[in-house]
Design a protein around this ligand. Structure first.
Ligand code: EPZ
Length: 421
């Protein structure tokens, strides 16, 4: 296993180009199952999760090649409709194979993804939604067995106790595009990654309206065609570099992000005292004055994204005053708190709340990554701390950040990868 070693205290400066969005490309790669024709997908980030999804697609019989950000896939000859536990358990996103397998074959057997450190990760909404499309589902031996004689459109209310569900909306959408008749998804997730999936499906010939709003209407079609498509930029990677500029008191220009996708984050940063200069394709992030504490509540899009909660907590750890983070999507998504406190932060967890009393400086320390965004938070803390921080188990980081140490090195950071003893 690798670790990242960070000699903190450098004010990061320069320009960083944002890669393609992990959470858009993963469901889009699942959607290629819906056509026998080849697809070419561009702006695909070189990530562990992307290569795992390609491995699962090959297991199903899909031809899949990755070449410098371009993926060529062809699902002409599917040889299996089972997504096995040993692969699905490594990446929850592969549960979104259920919908397209049903859309293509009227059957699917997908392992339950299981929980992870950020929460139980239930799939009840996925199952509820697919059942409303005339799918028979039973769960045996940790697998979801789904089959139907004919997918039929219908009305589905997809809201859960934590609001809408991104991948449940994706699963239902990818089955409904091949159902007979009209499907209405009410309380659908509005995340930009779902809009990207809908745009991909529409390029293929699907009839979808309302994507990006809580009500999506889909008219089923008989067949979908192969397409070429370019994936949107990753708003969470962009947000992570925005926080990197703020926490190191630097001056970073973020290129290629879509401003609208970052509205909630930018709003909070400006409230905290960060200068955000916007052009139509870039963002320049500088400090205006001493930071002010802010309170954050994570919500479904367009609210403050849960995937930016940990990174923002690192910034608030060195913001004078008391800030409160309330995690409404994954109330247990606080694995980074203990590690930040080992670096001298003063954070208390009270149920779904984290109370953060800002300190002047974090101290370098050996810390351990537990999940993708917690790892990013620890790297950001290490960049701000004086001394040498070692972040172990950074395979978590490699799941969702492309060439992260190279991008930080180009901004002046003293960071390198080492083999763990
Ligand atoms: C997607 O996960 C993202 N992953 C997550 O990003 C992100 O944190 C999450 O959406 C929320 O924005 C991908 O897109 C691959 P949900 P997803 O279903 O779809 C509850 C990252 O760091 N829920 O929108 O699995 C659930 O427990 C990852 O890139 C149910 O109750 O999340 C949660 O509380 C981490 N029943 C809330 O809904 C269900 O059937 C939102 O979850 C499904 C979800």
């Amino acid at each position: 296993m690798d670790k990242l070693v960070i000699e903190g205290g450098v004010r990061l400066k320069g320009m960083v180009k944002i890669s393609g969005a992990k959470n858009a490309v993963l469901p889009i790669l699942s959607a290629v199952l819906l056509t026998e024709e080849p697809c070419i997908i561009r702006n695909v980030p070189d990530l562990r999760d992307v290569h795992l999804m390609l491995r699962i697609l090959r297991f199903l019989g899909v031809g899949a090649e990755f070449d410098k950000g371009k993926v060529t896939v062809c699902a002409k000859n599917i040889k299996s409709y089972t997504a096995p536990y040993n692969l699905v358990s490594k990446m929850r996103a592969s549960f979104a194979l259920l919908g397209p397998l049903l859309g293509r074959l009227n059957k699917a057997k997908v392992s339950l993804p299981g929980g992870c450190v950020i929460g139980l990760r239930p799939v009840d909404l996925h199952i509820k939604g697919l059942k409303r499309l005339n799918v028979d589902i039973d769960i045996v031996g940790g697998y979801v067995n789904a089959r139907t004689k004919q997918l039929k459109g219908g009305y589905i209310y997809l809201g859960g106790e934590f609001g809408s569900s991104v991948l449940a909306t994706a699963n239902v959408m990818m089955a409904a595009v091949k159902a007979s008749g009209t499907t209405i998804i009410d309380s659908a997730a509005c995340e930009p990654e779902l809009v990207d999936l809908a745009n991909f499906l529409k390029e293929m010939g699907a009839q979808i309206k309302g994507e990006g709003t809580p009500t999506i209407t889909i008219e089923g079609v008989k067949a979908l065609k192969g397409v070429e498509y370019k994936v949107i930029p990753d708003r969470i990677e962009a947000g992570t570099f925005i926080v990197a500029s703020a926490i190191t008191k630097g001056d970073i220009t973020i290129c290629g992000a879509i401003l609208q996708h970052l509205a909630a984050l930018i709003d909070k940063l400006e409230e905290a005292g960060i200068v955000v200069e916007k052009t139509d394709s870039s963002l320049r992030i500088r400090r205006k004055r001493e930071f002010k504490p802010v309170n954050i509540t994570t919500l479904p899009y367009p609210g403050f994204p849960t995937d930016m909660q940990a990174q923002f907590m690192s910034l608030l750890s060195v913001t004078p005053g008391v800030s409160v983070i309330t995690e409404k999507i994954y109330p247990d998504r606080f694995m980074h708190v203990a590690e930040l406190n080992r670096m001298g932060a003063h954070i208390q967890k009270e149920g779904p709340h984290a109370i953060i009393e800002g300190v002047r400086k974090l101290q370098a320390a050996p810390v351990m990554a537990s999940d993708l965004r917690a790892s990013a938070a620890l790297v950001l803390a290490g960049l701000a701390a004086s001394g040498k921080t070692e972040v172990s188990r950074i395979y978590h980081l490699d799941r969702g950040y492309e060439k992260i140490e190279e991008k930080f090195q180009k901004l002046g950071a003293r960071v390198w990868r080492e083999k763990e003893a």
